[in-house]
Design a protein around this ligand. Structure first.
Ligand SMILES: Nc1ncnc2c1ncn2[C@@H]1O[C@H](COP(=O)(O)OP(=O)(O)OP(=O)(O)O)[C@@H](O)[C@H]1O
Ligand SMILES: [Mg+2]
Length: 399
């Protein structure tokens, strides 16, 4: 397949005789996304009416990000100035738009060259794969939604594309915690099962001021049963290609949706609190995860309200669950106060001890570039910058 950047709906038909199957896109932004979705694509055509400067800027970006990709420019008239500018931008060939034979030859030459360049550079690595993080506890009210919303808002505030999915399908409160008014929910994706794509996700997300995008739980609790686990799995799989981070808030139970989320997660954040039922449930959760074959190094335990004076100490929790606690988040009335204001505390009061602890959790264990999700690896590479789209410079472009 060849990707064509051209606003004319009839353009694909004009050129497919010369280059084979074509997918046409109207803007630079959609082209960029198509390239991210097609990491093995070798040929791009830029139509005759695309602005010359925009075409060259795009070609320069391709040259840096995907050296094996060939860019062929079509123009109605070719002169020395066009050729010079194209050459400097790394465009492989410039062909007059009515020269179908010339285009076929140029496409063949470009593909030959791409194959050779690809042979030298090895596998293309530009496909995006989000880091998927599930926040879970088998006990209710321990802070899952607080963590999921704050971590997501923080990651989004660093410039990453973040999708937060509310898998607490019956009683999800991601929307209300962020004071958002969702028009759609995950239930709207059910009818698209098998065909969920970026457009479908875009149609159901609600955008928060922090930049994070959220998919809410259905407004009606009774609709929870209408969302199959397979739809969640498909949603996560597709979202991974379009976001830097996908976070999943969960209900306090091993539902089929939660199990689907576990399967797809790079990191599992398990929340404990200083009360015996929570610790007992966490022990059972760890045992269940072991039985499910979940890797130990892809999960970590976080103690919420760690300084609550309730008779149980953090070291008692460590002894009971036989696992270290990665981060301790203190108890503070500022947390429910921030929820009531609808602004995540991590953004509203960044210096607050709760915000500092949550940021530490995100920086050390989530914001890790391209490591296998191991928490140990994550800790070791905590100084690395967050994973962002390699094409992000051009994201704003919509010419
Ligand atoms: N560190 C904290 N200090 C004080 N209050 C907290 C803290 N973390 C969470 N809370 C409060 O505890 C309550 C429950 O938190 P949250 O809704 O995040 O829990 P949950 O695990 O998502 O609950 P559910 O299982 O019902 O979905 C909320 O009122 C929240 O503001
Ligand atoms: Mg919750």
């Amino acid at each position: 397949m060849t990707l064509l950047w051209d606003a004319d709906p009839g353009a694909a038909e004009r050129y497919d005789f010369a280059v084979g199957e074509i997918s046409r896109f109207e803007t630079q932004a959609t082209m960029v996304r198509a390239l991210e979705d097609n990491p093995t694509e070798m040929l791009v055509l830029i139509g005759p009416d695309v602005d010359m400067d925009a075409a060259c800027q795009f070609a320069e970006l391709c040259r840096v990000e995907r050296p094996e990709l060939g860019v062929i420019l079509l123009r109605r008239r070719i002169d020395v100035a066009v050729l010079g500018q194209s050459l400097r931008a790394g465009i492989r060939e410039v062909i007059t738009s009515d020269d179908v034979t010339g285009l076929a030859d140029a496409a063949r030459r470009s593909r030959d060259l791409s194959t050779r360049v690809h042979g030298h550079s090895g596998e293309s690595t530009s496909a995006k794969t989000a880091r998927v993080v599930t926040v879970f506890s088998a006990k209710g009210g321990v802070g899952k939604t607080t963590f999921a919303t704050n971590l997501s808002a923080y990651l989004a505030s660093t410039g990453s594309r973040v999708l937060l999915i509310d898998l607490d399908l019956a009683f999800g409160d991601v929307g209300i915690s962020l004071q958002m008014l969702p028009q759609n929910s995950i239930i709207d994706l059910v009818s698209m099962a098998g065909n969920i794509d970026e457009q479908a996700i875009k149609a159901v997300v609600t955008k928060h001021d922090s930049g994070l995008e959220a998919i809410s739980a259905p407004a009606e609790p009774s609709d929870a049963d209408r969302v199959p686990g397979t739809t969640v799995a498909e949603l996560v799989r597709v979202a991974k290609r379009h976001y830097d981070y996908v976070l999943l808030d969960t209900p306090p139970a091993f539902t089929s949706h939660v199990l689907a989320a576990f399967d797809d997660s790079d990191l599992l954040i398990l929340i404990a609190t200083l009360d015996i039922p929570a610790v007992k449930n966490l022990r059972l959760t760890l045992d269940t995860l072991d039985l499910l074959g979940n890797k130990k190094d892809s999960r970590l335990v976080v103690l919420n309200r760690s300084d609550a004076k309730v008779g149980l100490r953090p070291e008692d929790v460590v002894a009971a669950i036989k696992q270290d606690i990665a981060v301790m988040v203190p108890n503070s009335t500022a947390v429910p106060a921030s929820v009531n204001r609808g602004v995540p505390i991590i953004l509203d009061e960044p210096k607050h001890a709760v915000s500092v602890a949550l940021r530490d959790l995100a920086d050390r264990f989530i914001r890790v570039a391209d490591t296998p999700a191991g928490a140990a690896d994550a800790a070791a590479s905590s100084q690395q910058s967050p994973k962002t789209s390699r094409w992000s410079l051009s994201r704003g472009g919509n010419r």
